[in-house]
Ligand binder design. Structure first.
Ligand SMILES: [Zn+2]
Length: 686
């Protein structure tokens, strides 16, 4: 394999030295208070002075939970910043003195200060008549107004979930200058998925959070991750689901009564059997009018039960088994799936031999959307653009309330210009075919159990390019590997809100706020890993942990690279000074430890394979081992491999609630790929 020399690698552009705007705003705190507590030097409002409250937070009497929560968050952070407990008043007359209005309350209206014409997803931060107004077009935008204020004007940051990731500046006096700002997000849906197929059914239809809980990830961990997302303004529109057929056509309801609803495959109706996981196979005949009607009814019932949702997925199930009936095939364009590799991983192999079925799938989605409009006007019907229907339609025009969600797998491969072009071309086709289009990205996937994959420049360029192309919905498959790849999520969240931001400025701010004097060492650490990934994938090949045999992990994470990474983190610890910063460096160090342990485990297992024991499939491993058992070198190799994988396993188990590793994806990879040989190593050692 050819590996470019270090000096041929593309260099990461030099970071801007200019202080980003967000920092400047934060530096203004406390500059506005005179000793008497009155606003001076242009301060529009004093919030706290010498640790004492100088204002009241005001919400309406019947404020919904989301707004009350935003008010308490504001109160909590103002206290941590200044020591002052700002009272919250939720009913009655306008309190005397300055107010922070969080909510569209009666007092705010009485004062005639409500910003006019605020769009649903817009937020306003505004000082007027000695008050501060933090208001959104809806409740969740009001929450975003509070978080934006804390972040942009008071310098608070949420680098990753949990307290260690929180940056809260201290200043006993807090005041703000005149502010008059309205923001609206560039992407209307900013979702850390997954919404697609996942690891069988926890209980009927699959849901990752439920599955995580079954794996022992605590509810508190999940709540903290959700809160981190909210504080970083992930959210926006509400779209339900992914692969949907398990829910719309459960075999317990239709297998006996209506086998004709299911796909005709090889002359037989492919009715899901006992091993059905509700997400894979179980396809339906999309040209059967009753199938269309059942889907319309199901979407209607969902929207009746969840009127706050903007759209519902009716995506076909994952993997193959699409209908071969004449009526269905008559709608196909006749194109062959020939763009190898643009297909999402699960269906890649089967898709490559097949015809494109985009036109038939979106004929169905169109019909569902038309039906849904009659009872639920304005609601969207969504389908992934995926597998054999990943390329845009040839003959069908999309209904204005159909959203195709193009599965872009993935900008992490954009060190290769060929991949980037391919993705951009398909994306442009979908943007043109639809009035509104979305993206499904893969910041993590089944073949990548959350090792380092730092690709901020590619994700950033892709998000900006997609916005220019016309996309305004973005979901990415995500994990909780914040000590490892957290920076990808952090920067993406900021850019999805505002694509005009410079990702290098976001990074500057992240390093400076989170790591102070250690910032240069942490930046160097990240850039080193980023360059290594770029070099390893520039020829278009993924590194992947699809299988132990084929993974290029040891070539990406060379001993030299891992040593240098350790050195960066040691230097960061020495530079840190502040104990809090040292803890943050340790947190990143745990992330590096996971990658080190994984690479060591892969190498130990490969030695066993080189000695003649094939570890996959499992049966083969046991057979090979029996035959070679008498060889004395084998016992040592087996013990070493077992020890390495067990060490990794213990490490992962210990940290499953700590935002370090993507626990769900580690387990998913273990079960669905031929990568982690621990079960067979244990069996051989008995
Ligand atoms: Zn059919």
């Amino acid at each position: 394999m050819f590996w470019p020399h270090r000096n041929q690698l593309p260099r990461v552009p030099k970071a801007r030295t200019q202080v980003p705007k967000v920092l400047l705003a934060a530096l203004l705190i406390a500059a506005f208070c005179d000793p008497g507590g009155r606003a001076s030097n242009g301060a529009a409002m004093v919030i706290a002075e010498q640790g004492r409250a100088r204002c009241t937070i005001v919400t309406g009497g019947g404020a919904p939970d989301a707004v009350r929560f935003a008010a308490t968050e504001l109160q909590r952070y103002l206290k941590r910043i200044s020591g002052a407990e700002i009272p919250i008043q939720s009913a009655g007359k306008v309190p005397a003195g300055p107010c922070i209005f969080v909510d569209d309350s009666e007092p705010l209206r009485a004062l005639k200060l409500r910003p006019a014409g605020l769009a649903k997803d817009a937020l306003a931060i505004k000082t007027a008549a000695g008050h501060l107004i933090l208001l959104g077009g809806d409740d969740s935008a009001t929450q975003f107004a509070v978080y934006t204020f804390l972040e942009k004007y008071l310098g608070v940051r949420w680098l990753w979930p949990g307290q260690l990731g929180e940056v809260v500046p201290r200043s006993r006096s807090v005041a703000v200058g005149a502010i008059d700002e309205i923001q609206q997000p560039d992407f209307k849906w900013r979702n850390r998925g997954p919404g697609g197929a996942l690891w069988g059914a926890a209980e009927g239809p699959t849901e990752m959070r439920a599955r995580e809980r079954l794996l022992g990830v605590s509810a508190a961990h999940q709540a903290e991750v959700a809160l981190w997302e909210k504080r970083n303004k992930w959210g926006g529109m509400k779209i339900y689901g992914g692969h949907a057929l398990g829910e719309i056509f459960p075999p317990e309801k239709y297998a006996r009564s209506h086998p004709e609803y299911y796909a005709l495959v090889g002359g037989k109706r492919a009715v899901p059997g006992p091993d059905y996981d509700y997400k894979h196979a179980g396809q339906v005949c999309t040209t059967n009018p009753e199938v269309v009607e059942v889907t319309i009814q199901w979407v209607g019932r969902f929207l009746d039960a969840h009127p706050d949702y903007d759209g519902v997925h009716v995506t076909m199930n994952d993997s193959a088994g699409f209908c071969e009936c004449e009526r269905c095939r008559a709608l196909d364009s006749g194109e062959l799936v020939k763009r190898a590799g643009i297909d999402a991983e699960e269906t890649k192999k089967t898709a490559a031999r097949n015809t494109v079925i985009t036109d038939r799938i979106f004929t169905f989605v169109n019909q569902v959307a038309e039906g849904v409009q009659k009872t639920h006007p304005g609601k969207y019907v969504v389908s992934m653009a995926y597998s054999r229907y990943i390329t845009p339609p040839r003959n069908v025009r999309l209904h204005p309330f159909v959203i195709p969600q193009y599965c872009l797998w993935s900008a992490y491969r954009h060190a290769s210009p060929a991949w980037r072009q391919e993705h951009e071309q398909v994306a442009a086709g979908w943007a043109q075919a639809a009035r509104r289009a979305g993206i499904y990205e893969y910041y993590i996937n089944g073949s990548w159990p959350g090792l380092h994959r730092l690709v901020v420049p590619y994700l950033s360029a892709s998000i900006k390019q997609l916005k220019r192309t016309g996309f305004d919905l973005y979901q990415t498959q995500s994990g909780d590997d914040f000590a490892i790849n957290g920076i990808n999520y952090y920067v993406a969240g900021k850019l999805l809100w505002d694509t005009s931001l410079d990702e290098r400025a976001i990074l500057d701010d992240f390093y400076e706020k989170g790591f102070g004097k250690a910032a240069p060492a942490i930046r160097r650490y990240h850039q080193r890993l980023e360059r290594a990934w770029t070099a390893a994938t520039a020829d278009g090949n993924d590194v992947a942990c699809q299988s132990l045999r084929a993974t290029r992990l040891p070539e990406l994470f060379t001993p030299e690279l891992l040593r240098q990474c350790r050195r960066d983190l040691r230097q960061a610890e020495q530079l840190a000074g502040d104990p809090l910063v040292r803890k943050r460096v340790e947190f990143l160090g745990q992330g590096l430890r996971y990658t080190e342990l994984t690479v060591a485990a892969v190498e130990a297992a490969r030695k066993l394979e080189t000695a003649g024991v094939r570890l996959f499939p499992r049966k083969q491993a046991l057979e090979d081992f029996r035959q070679a058992q008498r060889r004395e070198d084998l016992g040592k190799l087996l013990a070493a491999a077992l020890d390495a994988w067990q060490q990794r396993d213990r490490f992962v188990e210990q940290l499953k609630d700590d935002y370090v590793v993507a626990y769900f994806w580690v387990k998913y990879n273990e079960v669905t790929r031929e990568f982690n040989p621990l079960p067979q190593l244990k069996e051989m050692s008995r």
